[in-house]
Each structure stands twice: as structure tokens, then as C-alpha cells.
Design a protein around this ligand. Structure first.
Ligand code: ADP
Ligand code: MG
Length: 658
């Protein structure tokens, strides 16, 4: 496909593939991420950008290995100057006397030499806009732009996902024209108009999928359960602790959903430590009473283990059988579990993605829980709910987001919010300090460790490469020196193998390690009750929600806990964390203060990768696209989108998802 284009051979095709470009559509949708506006300057001492005429044949000199110099003369405004440029051998043959070119570099008046860092083989006009693309070695922005333009000059069939009546309502550019303008804007406004249009299209399509799935699901039947939902209180009243009001309400929401004959698709949105797991467990109990099997899918082994240990002890006295299936499960054990599942001898299966394997077959799966839902892509979730006919699905997420967002990007789900923390929890005391006061942090670490508590330390980098930021490896060395190697410290980061990460987490959980230095990879849901201190270096590098989530790793029981944020930047927004422990408030503030929030981790998997839109900063467009797509669906769903061929196709694709 791509190779039909001039200048695109097998080698370039490979490089384009590397950029995620596989066909003409990918190509024309590969938008510039920024534009440079060129400004011509007069010939002055210092940085210049001038047009000039080549006067002499360039001379190439080899200075040493890997360094060559090209020298020639140009005429600009009747002024003859000497030009040099390093390591551009290939220009020797393209530069011919008489040619008009553009030169960018530093001019030295005294020596009359212009040392260039860039030469364009044609003159530019003042304020010319140059599109800049993400490039890779072998294909630069200029080449990408010329290939795109070659594609655009062909007679392409381009589908517009924005229905015509909306194109005219918003006076959007025609799609083909918009494509041309986004790649070759003559004015800044050209680019702006085109960008808005593509953002809207992308978000409209995205909201279409969400709203369509919701509409379809509401029409679909689900499992019948005949047991009175109130019987879940037999279990709740027997728990060691009392549920909070929000927890009780969430359980009621879910159990009512399960009782109703339609299919559930519900999200529990609750801060870290708000106690989501128990809510899912209550619902699994009710599902068991009704005679169906349940599944809890966790993103990592360590979380799956934790759930298994906690839940099997709670379920023991009810005779509910719980099994754990993970990558490490032995073959013998696995075979037994699979048999028992098929026979219906296992009531609740807890596991990692190992559960998704095709040979895992249930007798009558009725209820699926996905913990920390953003880690799983739509396709993996699909696999799981397909294991049961019409089964009900519950997602749990610890990323609090502002209400407006929740209602759009989770629009296909019903939402239960857990805002309050279990009583008896002490507020985490958060303080903001500067690097020069690092001693405060070190002393606090020592104090906590003397009390036999543990500490997390988070920094932005794994390793320092010419950066002033703190790194995990560097800090480990420094801490070992500071504490004379007397305190067991381990590190954790994303470049480690999963098995290594698991064992580090296990050592920490068991109290063998006292300090864990890591990047932001620490598991969201892991309980280390003894960890009472969280120290975060270069805190200004993180969004407020991420920081809040990180500190949620401590204070998971009634011990006094502290969080120390270290930052030398005057970041007013960090003060929000000193003042509040409420994740929902914090995420609202983050959006207010930065204009865009920190949606890290929200629906992060595959189904939410945008080419141009940004759900944080494009909230207005998102909200409008949500409203418009709903109307569009209700108008066209009964005739199967008859007049919209691409939506007919999209709908067919979506049918496979559900
Ligand atoms: P998260 O919402 O982050 O997943 P968990 O479900 O892991 O939180 O709960 C955190 C801890 O709080 C667990 O140890 C759990 O047993 C405990 N917990 C949950 N609900 C309550 C409650 N109502 N009262 C006291 N402790 C609770
Ligand atoms: Mg959890």
C-alpha cells in the first residue's frame, strides 16, 4: 500500500511502520505535533535566518574521523559571505551556484563566516510555517511531510466520521481540506481550525463507541437471580468491621443490579484505601447464594495473592470454595483447578491474566470483578466476560477523577462512588520540604524505622543521565552510605523483570526490607500495614493525582502516617496535598490549577489512545462530542445507521467487543 507512493521503498516502509504508519490512512492521519514559524532576520552578529544565492561550488574537507566540513560562498543583499556547515556531505552535490537557499546559523561579522546548523534547499518566506512531526532515524519531518503530501495529492477516498449536519452546524472544514491544512498550514489559523476538527472527530467517534455500548447493553437481557438481595446482610453483619455508608450503598447498588434481569456494567470509583475489595466480596457472596461462580481478576500476582489470602479466610466458614490461579501455578495444581471449575466445585476464582487463557472454562460464571480496571484492555476484558453467558461485570478503580470526566469516559458504566474512608483511619500528615532540608526526611526515616515501621521512597528516574533529577539507583547508593548499610534497602522499577519485582514487593510486605526505593511502579492496592512513611523526590514532576495515589500506599490502617514531598520548584499546586486527603477534591483542583489534569492511569489501555485529542485538556470538545454522539445514536440506532456506512462498520466491530 505505502509502497505505491513515490520515494517510499521497502526501507522507508519499515521506518514508517516504526512510527505506527502502516497504510495511507495512518499516513495522512500522522499529524505534526508542533509547528515552527520561520522568521527571517537581517545579517547581524549572532543567530540569523537568511535567504541567499549560492555563489561557489562547495568544498568538502575531512577534518578527522566522523567530522567533515563543507564550505562555500553565498550572496545575500549584495553581500558576499562565507558559509560552513559540519557533517553534511550529501549537500555537496545538491548545492549548485545560482541556487536560492535558506540558511540558519550563527554569523560572525568579524570573520564574515556563517556557521550553519541547517540549510534548506529553497528560500523561505517570512512567517512560513514548518510542520514538525515525531520522526525516527532515517525519516525526518521534511520527508514525512513530502510523503504525506504525495498521498494527499492522489485521489483518496476519505471517510469523515462527523455526520454532515454536525460539520455544517460547527462550520468545520471539509475533511480533505482539513487534512491538507493540518500538514501545510499557510497561517496559524489554518492549523488551529484543522486541529479542532480532528479532535472533535476523534472524540465523537470515541464517545460514540461508549454510548453505543451502553445503549445496546441496556437492551440486552442478563442472568436471573431469585434470591432476595437483602440476604447479603447476613454476610455484612458478620464482618469483623462495620462497612462505611458509601461501602454499604455500593454493595446495595451492585446487588440490586445483579438481582435485576439486565446486565450489570458497573464501576466502583474510590480512593486508595477506601475499601473497595470488601464491596466486591459481598457481591460475590450474593452471587454465590444465587448459584453462580465468580471471578476476581487482579493486575499482578502480589495483588492476586493478597486477595486470595484475605478472601478465602472470610469465605471459609460459609463453605464457599476459593481458588487462586496465576502464571506460577504448577501444572498439576492448574489441571486440578480447571477440572474443579468445570465441575462447579470452585465458587470463586481469583487470579491474574492467567485466568484469561482459553482452557479456563467455568460451569456457570455469573459475576466478573476486574480490580484496578485501567490495567486491562477492552480485549482482555472481553475474553473474561465471554467465559460466562451474559455475566455481570464490576470494575474497580482507585483513580478519582472529576465528575464531568467520569460521566463521559465511563459513560458506558454505572458508577458507585466511595468517598469516605473506613473510620479509625488517621489522616496522612503531608509536608512539603526543599532539598536543602533533606535531613528532615532522613531523620523521619530513621525515627520510623526505629519504631520498626517501613518507608517508601519514590523518585522520577531509574538512572541519572545528565539529569538533575533524583534517580532510584543513585539514591540507593546514597542511602546505603547515609545509613552505613545497616538498614535493608531494596529498589523497584519498571525495567526489572516481573519475577524480580514480585520478590522485592514480597520482601517488603514481609518486613524483610525496611526501605523501598522505587519509581511510580509500586502496586496500587498492596497492603503493607507497617509502612508509615512516603518520601517523594522531585514532587513537582508528578501530577497531583499520581502523588495522591502514591501516598495512598501508606496509612492503610490506624498507624500514624507521614508523607514528605521534596521539591525546589515553587509549585503552589503541591500545597493542595498538604491541605487535603480527598482524592476527588484533589483531582478537581488539579484540573483547575493546570487547566489539564493528571489522568494518569485512567482507561489507559489501548482503547484510549488518541492521535490528536487529549481528554484532559480537550474537556469542552469531549463534553460536546458526548452530547452530540448520544443524539446521533438515538436518531439512527433503529435503522442500523443506514445512512452512515462507516458507522455501520464500526458498530459491527463493536459487536465483537461485547
Ligand atoms: P482499596 O479501595 O484501596 O482497594 P482495600 O479494599 O484494599 O482498599 O481496603 C484497604 C484496607 O481497609 C483493607 O485492609 C480492608 O480490610 C480494610 N477495610 C475495608 N473496609 C473497612 C471498614 N469498613 N472498616 C475497617 N477496615 C476496612
Ligand atoms: Mg484495591
Amino acid at each position: 500500500m505505502l509502497q505505491k507512493l513515490k520515494n517510499v521503498g521497502p526501507k522507508t516502509t519499515k521506518l514508517l511502520n516504526k512510527l505506527g504508519i502502516y497504510d495511507i490512512t495512518d499516513l495522512v492521519d500522522y499529524y505534526p505535533f508542533r509547528y515552527d514559524v520561520m522568521k527571517l532576520t537581517p545579517l547581524i552578529d549572532g543567530d540569523v535566518c537568511i535567504n541567499a544565492t549560492v555563489e561557489s561550488i562547495p568544498v568538502l574537507t575531512y577534518i578527522r574521523k566522523g567530522l567533515t566540513k563543507l564550505s562555500f560562498r553565498v550572496l545575500t543583499d549584495n553581500f558576499l559571505i562565507n558559509v560552513t556547515i559540519f557533517n553534511r556531505n550529501f549537500l555537496k552535490h545538491s548545492l549548485k551556484p545560482g541556487m536560492e537557499i535558506n540558511l540558519n546559523g550563527k554569523y560572525d561579522t568579524r570573520k564574515n563566516v556563517l556557521t550553519c546548523n541547517d540549510i534548506k534547499l529553497k528560500p523561505i518566506y517570512n512567517n512560513e510555517i514548518i510542520p514538525i512531526y515525531h520522526q525516527t532515524k532515517g525519516v525526518n519531518s521534511k520527508l514525512i511531510n513530502s510523503i504525506v503530501n504525495e498521498a494527499l495529492s492522489q485521489d483518496l477516498t476519505i471517510y469523515d466520521y462527523i455526520p454532515e449536519y454536525l460539520v455544517s452546524k460547527y462550520e468545520f472544514l471539509d475533511k480533505k481540506e482539513a487534512l491538507y491544512k493540518i500538514h501545510n498550514p499557510k497561517r496559524v489559523s489554518d492549523a488551529k481550525n484543522a486541529i479542532v476538527r480532528f479532535k472533535y472527530e476523534e472524540l465523537f467517534k470515541f464517545m460514540f463507541k461508549i454510548n453505543y455500548l451502553k445503549t445496546k447493553r441496556e437492551k440486552k437481557g442478563g442472568l436471573k437471580r431469585n434470591i432476595n438481595p437483602d440476604r447479603v446482610f447476613e454476610f455484612i453483619n458478620d464482618l469483623e468491621f462495620e462497612l462505611t455508608k458509601d461501602q454499604t450503598n455500593a454493595v446495595k447498588d451492585i446487588v440490586d443490579d445483579l438481582y435485576k434481569p439486565s446486565r450489570m456494567n458497573r464501576l466502583i470509583l474510590g480512593d486508595v484505601g477506601s475499601g473497595k475489595t470488601i464491596v466486591a466480596v459481598c457481591a460475590a457472596y450474593y452471587n454465590y447464594l444465587c448459584g453462580y461462580q465468580s471471578v476476581i481478576l487482579a493486575p499482578t500476582e502480589i495483588l492476586a495473592n493478597q486477595h486470595f489470602i484475605n478472601i478465602s479466610s472470610m469465605f471459609k466458614k460459609y463453605g464457599i470454595s476459593v481458588a487462586l490461579l496465576k502464571g506460577k501455578t504448577t501444572k498439576k495444581e492448574r489441571t486440578k483447578i480447571l477440572e474443579d471449575l468445570k465441575k462447579g466445585d470452585i465458587d470463586l476464582l481469583i487470579g491474574t491474566h492467567a485466568i484469561l487463557s482459553d482452557d479456563v472454562v467455568f460451569k456457570n460464571l455469573g459475576f466478573v470483578v476486574t480490580d484496578e480496571q485501567h490495567r486491562f484492555g477492552v480485549n482482555q476484558r472481553k475474553n473474561l466476560s465471554n467465559k460466562g453467558v451474559m455475566c455481570d461485570v464490576l470494575y474497580m478503580s482507585a483513580t478519582p477523577i472529576p465528575r464531568t470526566y467520569a460521566l463521559t469516559i465511563y459513560g458506558d458504566m454505572d458508577i458507585s462512588l466511595i468517598k469516605t474512608k473506613p473510620s479509625g483511619r488517621k489522616e496522612i500528615q503531608t509536608s512539603l520540604i526543599r532539598t536543602k532540608d533533606i535531613k528532615v526526611a532522613l531523620n523521619t526515616i530513621l525515627e520510623e524505622i526505629k519504631k520498626n515501621h517501613q518507608a517508601y521512597i519514590v523518585c522520577p528516574l531509574i538512572e541519572n543521565e545528565d539529569s538533575d533529577l533524583t534517580s532510584v539507583k543513585d539514591l540507593k547508593k546514597k542511602m546505603d552510605i547515609a545509613f552505613n548499610k545497616k538498614i535493608p534497602i531494596e529498589i523497584l522499577h519498571g525495567q526489572m523483570k516481573q519475577t524480580e519485582k514480585d520478590s522485592v514487593m514480597k520482601n517488603f510486605k514481609e518486613g524483610k526490607t525496611k526501605i523501598l526505593i522505587s519509581t511510580t511502579v509500586i502496586e496500587v492496592g498492596v497492603d503493607v500495614f507497617n509502612a508509615t512513611l512516603m518520601v517523594i523526590f522531585n514532587a513537582e514532576r508528578f501530577g497531583l493525582s499520581t502523588l495522591h495515589q502514591l501516598r495512598g500506599r501508606i496509612g492503610r490502617n490506624n498507624l500514624e502516617s507521614k508523607c514528605i514531598l521534596i521539591s525546589d520548584k515553587r509549585a503552589e499546586r503541591l500545597k493542595v496535598l498538604e491541605q487535603s486527603n480527598d482524592g476527588f477534591y484533589i483531582s478537581e483542583m488539579d484540573f483547575k490549577l493546570r487547566g489539564e489534569g493528571d489522568l494518569f492511569g485512567v482507561r489507559q489501555s489501548g482503547d484510549m489512545v488518541f492521535k490528536i485529542a487529549n481528554i484532559s485538556s480537550d474537556i469542552k470538545i469531549l463534553t460536546q462530542a458526548n452530547i452530540d454522539s448520544k443524539k446521533f445514536i438515538s436518531k439512527n440506532i433503529d435503522n442500523d445507521f443506514e445512512n452512515y456506512s462507516m458507522y455501520k462498520l464500526l458498530v459491527n466491530d463493536l459487536m465483537h467487543i461485547d
